[in-house]
Write a protein that binds this ligand. Sequence first.
Ligand SMILES: [Zn+2]
Ligand SMILES: [Zn+2]
Length: 119
Amino acid sequence: MAKATHILPSADSPSSTGRQLPALPSVEELTPEQIRGAACVWCGTRLTAETAVDLGERRRPGHSAFPRGCRPCTHTAANRALQDHAPRCEQCVDDGSKCETGMALYRMIRDSRLAGGRR
Ligand SMILES: [Zn+2]
Ligand SMILES: [Zn+2]
């Protein structure tokens, strides 16, 4: 028997689109700088290599975006996303280190925590 391994929520709201990674503002609302990853997608702060956390490439038909966030925003968003994801992800409940989404979020939380605020 073919086992469906879709991540799509079936009983949930049909409109929810893969909510695994931190929800980002829709591309239409972003400035070119935010799409390029030059500014935080949430608060619009200009980012440098030291302050930015990579959120992963977002591919869309036609173009791709390379959103990045400042550390405080990323930390908050990734934490929230993980708390939202983990309890309903069988893989995370079983063994979080084997879930790509869970690990990506963990990495984001860790990266955003490394800040240290050394100036
Ligand atoms: Zn920010
Ligand atoms: Zn998971």
